[in-house]
Design a binder for this molecule. Sequence first.
Ligand code: NAD
Length: 292
Amino acid sequence: MTTIAFIGLGNMGNPMAANLVKAGFSVHGFDLVPENLKIAQGNGVTVMANALAAVKDADAVVTMLPAGKHVLSVHENIAAAMKKGALLIDSSTIDVESARKAHAIAQKHGLLSVDAPVSGGTGGATAGTLTFMAGGSKEAFAAAEPVLKPMAGRIVHCGEAGAGQAAKICNNMILGISMIGVSEAFVLAEKLGLSHQALFDVASTSSGQCWSITSYCPVPGPVPASPANRDYKPGFAASLMLKDLKLAQEAAQASGAVTPLGAEAAQLYALFAAMGHGDRDFSGIVEFLRGR
Ligand code: NAD
């Protein structure tokens, strides 16, 4: 049986590790928070005393941590203790530069490595239907696929080191901008006396069509499953959207890309979060645009 170490058993990591257990892997887990370890144990994860103990016998290690600084510090700590030729997968959402540094750490210690951030949120993590965006060599990707599969609906090899993180922040920049655009259109429709349903019926089947309207409509009614129908309970929290938009802006500045709408979206979500709405769904930005 392949042994997988899972480090970072939070909102995403715990259900992901549970799906690896269900698929028949032996999973050795570690997190700094005892409460999260208790949940992991209940899911069949073998809880270890620290990260080094968790990775010692592992054929593959998955990290699911808050940000680049946590990933680099954990990877620097564990790389030398891992089996030679083992696989190191980071599924956290982090900046492209840190992702490339994590690959360099792995390479230095003779490990295969993949950056494989996800979209699909805690719902997708629980259902095992996450989309993985992977960056790394062909060999590393081939080794990662069977590990990612029990957690995935879709796995896309996006290119070399850092390409997974690049795809993730580009996609979420589109999402942040499009959600604001769709929300502005609904606010304008309200002022013009046009019903939500009428705008939805037209825009969802014409040139305004996009995921933010057809699957995640920011006003209640037209798409019953969208967070607008449950007072913007996430879903995908505005604070996480802000994190991804900030990563996109850092990358744009570092690479010289011109992204004025991405910058504006980051500012609007920063304001929304500063007003105390960081833990609401990101589609709640429509209320902010109404001046509420
Ligand atoms: P979380 O805060 O719930 O989990 C992170 C976990 O890492 C925590 O349990 C924390 O204790 C642990 N941790 C931190 N430093 C550690 C260390 N040194 N050693 C061991 N454990 C450590 O966050 P989350 O929602 O699970 O998100 C994890 C990552 O996934 C983030 O990068 C996030 O941006 C990304 N992500 C989250 C979602 C979502 O909907 N929650 C969706 C897509 C991507």
